[in-house]
Design a protein around this ligand. Structure first.
Ligand SMILES: Nc1ncnc2c1ncn2[C@@H]1O[C@H](COP(=O)(O)OP(=O)(O)OP(=O)(O)O)[C@@H](O)[C@H]1O
Ligand SMILES: [Mg+2]
Length: 235
């Protein structure tokens, strides 16, 4: 596990009255305020177009909010530039809804990328990649070009790449959209283990099976606005 992003407070993510608009007149998020603790597993649900992906893109600073404040580990992310921003991004693992895999590279190469940029030893990378592929039932795809994999397989490689370097914060967009029930359980077991090891995890999903019986908090967005935040079991 990487060093924590901060030492003196239990809050990992603070969003205060965050809005995000896209030209000409799309309001993707409106006045969303939420605080997520360090070490929390947190679900974001809502209909298609509700703003789930937009929210994750703001948290990894792929996009900037139109108004409002976002702090990660006590740092206002809009103030970070250059080296400081790069350092923050290294501690965040993102599994994108549209995967963003290098489709002409193998599964193993895609997963290794985040570890290579942080100069991990080749043997450590090799072992970690094999271990993740095994946990995700993809051991036989180690040397397969990801462009040749099924969507469900690509989705799992995307997740493996996001968590390979044991990031402090993991953002996951629809991790189980293309998966059967057994593989969904595998994916959730892996994410739960990352969470138990200390990672803060935010999952955007439509898949009721992964949040219906959870004891973690579930936030519902409706048309870009926060509708409710509740414990999964009390829903
Ligand atoms: N780059 C963009 N330019 C213009 N509009 C955008 C852009 N990205 C998202 N939107 C719009 O913002 C709204 C929220 O989109 P977002 O992708 O966050 O929804 P979502 O909840 O992730 O949906 P889904 O469940 O389908 O993935 C939608 O109306 C979408 O069309
Ligand atoms: Mg989305």
């Amino acid at each position: 596990m990487n060093k924590p992003l901060h030492d003196n407070t239990a809050t990992m993510i603070e969003m205060i009255k965050v809005s995000k608009g896209y030209p000409p007149d799309v309001v993707a998020l409106k006045d969303v305020s939420v605080s997520i603790d360090s070490g929390e597993m947190f679900f974001i649900i809502g209909m298609s177009g509700a703003g789930k992906t937009t929210l994750l893109k703001l948290l990894c600073s792929m996009e900037l909010p139109s108004t409002g404040l976002i702090e990660i580990g006590g740092q206002a992310i809009h103030t970070l530039k250059g080296f400081k921003l790069a350092r923050l991004r290294q501690k965040i693992g993102v599994a994108y809804q549209d995967f963003k895999l290098l489709t002409d590279r193998t599964a193993a190469e895609n997963i290794a990328i985040s570890m290579e940029v942080s100069y991990k030893k080749p043997q450590i990378i090799k072992n970690r990649v094999r271990n993740l592929l095994e946990q995700l039932d993809l051991a036989d795809k180690h040397d397969t070009i990801t462009g040749e994999l099924s969507r469900g397989e690509q989705q799992r490689i995307t997740l493996a790449r996001a968590i390979a370097n044991s990031p402090t914060m993991i953002l996951v967009d629809e991790p189980t959209g293309n998966l059967d029930a057994t593989t969904t359980e595998r994916v959730m077991r892996l994410l739960t283990n990352c969470n138990k090891a200390g990672a803060t995890i935010v999952i955007a999903t439509h898949d009721q099976s992964i949040y219906r019986h959870t004891s973690h908090r579930v936030m519902e967005l409706r048309k870009g606005q926060l509708h409710s935040v509740a414990r999964g079991t009390s829903r």
